[in-house]
Design a protein around this ligand. Structure first.
Ligand SMILES: [Zn+2]
Length: 300
């Protein structure tokens, strides 16, 4: 019998749920991914997740892996006790629902819920590009921008269990209205949504265009990367990070985006606060949230 401890990590997004059986070293042993229909009721979504967890438990027991807990990360604001989701932008039927309490009732193992940005940060902190960094910010740039601040190995939880709404700092106060209701948010300038608005292409399309040598595509990615750097300058003024770990689909566009972000930070930021800040790609890729969720369950 295998005496090692394993946890199930679940990364629940607006389009899919990613689940894995993960060990204490962050290695994924069993995985599955299921599409999510965000229009479903909170009840139906909870039943679906519980069923997926059950399937994974069965698979783990067939492999003689001992599951000691479950970690679930998802977008949204949770209440203090993590029983209630106050607001979930990508899963609107869950806002104000008892989704978390319903899942907790239906699974037989200890379960821990957290924000998806915290899952990614916890994963990168323990197994990825954020190891041994005292003041760290882990940011995911996809359709939107989210992130968590880690100080001394602990996620900074200011309210609703998040470090703040990092993608919605204002970088261009006379700029475009953001989906959040504010104006000129970093998310309107540096995210996948911004790339789509400015370049008329999705992140994936623009990635292919760059490989094909499309100068306009490259210009759009550099522009968005530069604004990310400008946003990082503000995060530096508030949190004074030593390292910025950037992941997500847009970060996967690669060095052009990162170089532009470094240039933006140099041009915009206060030199004293920003000159030694490293901007590095995330190491765990799209698994960061799932691995982090499992690691949180194992760390209890
Ligand atoms: Zn916003």
């Amino acid at each position: 019998v295998n005496a090692a401890r394993y946890a199930i990590g679940v990364d629940l997004g607006g389009q899919s749920a990613k689940l894995g059986v993960v060990d204490a070293e962050g290695i994924v042993h069993v995985r599955r991914q299921e599409p999510i229909d965000a229009a479903q009721s909170a009840d139906a979504l909870a039943r679906g997740i519980v069923q997926q967890i059950g399937e994974l438990q069965k698979e783990a027991s067939r492999c003689e892996l001992t599951i000691v807990g479950i970690g679930v990360v998802m977008p949204g604001y949770m209440d203090e006790a993590r029983e209630k989701l106050l607001f979930a932008a990508n899963l609107p039927t869950l806002s104000g629902s008892s989704f978390l309490a319903d899942i907790r009732k239906q699974v037989r193992l200890p379960i821990r819920f957290d924000a998806d940005c915290n899952g990614a940060a916890f994963g990168e902190l323990h197994f990825g590009a954020g190891r041994n960094v005292e003041r760290l910010i882990v940011v995911t740039v996809g359709t939107g921008i989210g992130g968590s601040v880690v100080i001394g190995g602990e996620i900074l939880r200011i309210n609703h269990h998040i470090s703040g709404s990092l993608g919605h700092i204002i970088v261009d106060a006379k700029g475009e209205r953001c989906t959040c209701g504010a104006r000129g948010c970093l998310e309107t300038k540096a995210s996948g949504r911004a790339i789509e608005r400015i370049g008329g292409m999705s992140g994936e399309e623009i990635g292919r265009a760059i490989v094909a040598g499309d100068a306009d595509a490259l210009r759009v990615v550099r522009e968005c990367g530069w604004w990310l750097g400008a946003g990082i300058a503000s995060w530096c003024a508030i949190y004074m990070p030593q390292r910025m770990v950037i992941g997500g689909g847009i970060a996967a566009l690669g060095e052009h985006y990162f170089e532009a972000a470094r240039a933006g930070l140099r041009e915009v930021g206060q030199p004293h606060l920003t000159s030694t800040v490293e901007i590095v790609p995330a190491a765990l890729g799209p698994d960061a949230g799932m691995i982090g969720a499992a690691a949180m369950a194992l760390s209890v």
